[in-house]
Design a protein around this ligand. Structure first.
Ligand code: NAI
Length: 268
């Protein structure tokens, strides 16, 4: 361990269970000396065991629905009070599509579900940043990261409306990142992660197939949740101060591949 986050304070959204990318990130941030508040939707509190993660990492848990500006305002006020000052790092690790959950095909969406999905998966990121910005709750050179997926740029048919939600999310990161950078010297990036076997990931139809395909395409294989946590730690650290407005591909090289030898052999 390198004490990369010694003295830094933050908020981590989206740790549901031990497979969650946010769970691994919380563990790694703790190991690197960072202190933080953990938060998740009130309904999620019943599903996982966030209390175990909190006691292991010395964190306080504050339930908040990331689509509720009121919840976010309370969360930021309480977090700065508990942590004893302004925030240095924030992880938005939140995604959900009701169309995916209900098995609605991309060409047969229920638009109430579509709206709920983009609100949870993308607009919540805008709401979070707007609350942080208005409250002037971030320290200069702080770092805000949200997690994305490459279906924002390329077609993965079963990723459904989450593809559009991720494109929306990445655009918000750039647009808000400009103002956060110019006015507060805070950086905003998205990390576009390999398919990962989590609750959200496994909810996508055909997940087993496309996680195996990505693994065979990428020269380094798929990046794990722990790899993603490590990259996020780097993005929270002072070693990446000038990186902002980026969608950072964290996928073992998958995104620049045309075809790999291993995939070719399956057709020969
Ligand atoms: P996960 O299921 O462990 O985490 C998703 C989290 O979103 C859960 O903790 C859930 O409670 C939270 N959430 C849902 N609605 C919420 C709301 N209204 N307010 C606050 N929190 C809410 O799954 P995972 O994979 O760790 O997901 C984290 C992020 O990583 C998501 O943005 C996901 O799209 C992204 N991602 C995941 C990949 C994968 O294959 N698993 C690949 C690339 C990106």
């Amino acid at each position: 361990m390198h004490n990369l986050l010694q003295g830094k304070r933050g908020i981590i959204f989206g740790a549901l269970d031990e497979n969650s990318i946010a769970w691994k990130t919380a563990e790694r941030v703790h190991q690197e000396g960072g202190t933080f508040v953990l938060t998740n939707a009130p309904a999620a509190m019943r599903l996982g065991n966030i209390a175990a993660l909190a006691s292991k990492t010395g964190a306080t848990v504050i339930p908040a629905d990331a689509t509720s500006v009121e919840d976010l305002e309370k969360l930021i006020d309480q977090a700065t009070e508990i942590l004893g000052g302004k925030i240095d790092f924030v992880l938005h690790s939140i995604g959900m599509s009701v169309n995916v959950r209900k098995g609605n095909h991309y060409t047969n969406q229920n638009y109430d579900f579509t709206e709920k999905g983009w609100n949870v998966s993308a607009v919540s990121f805008h709401k979070l940043m707007q609350v942080l910005y208005k409250k002037d709750a971030m320290n200069a050179w702080g770092s805000i990261v949200a997690l994305s997926y490459m279906a924002a740029q390329r077609v993965f048919p079963d990723y459904n409306d989450m593809a559009d939600n991720k494109a929306f999310l990445e655009s918000i990161a750039r647009s808000f990142g400009y103002f956060f950078g110019r006015d507060k010297k805070v950086r905003v990036n998205t990390i576009s992660q390999s398919p990962t076997a989590t609750r959200a990931g496994q909810g996508v139809k055909g997940f087993k197939g496309f996680i195996a395909f990505a693994d065979k395409m990428a020269p380094l294989g798929n990046a794990s949740a722990l790899d993603c946590a490590n990259y996020t730690v780097a993005m929270f650290s002072d070693l990446t101060r000038m990186v902002t407005l980026q969608n950072l591909l964290h996928d073992g090289g998958f995104s620049n591949m045309g075809v790999s030898q291993e995939i070719m052999e399956m057709f020969e």
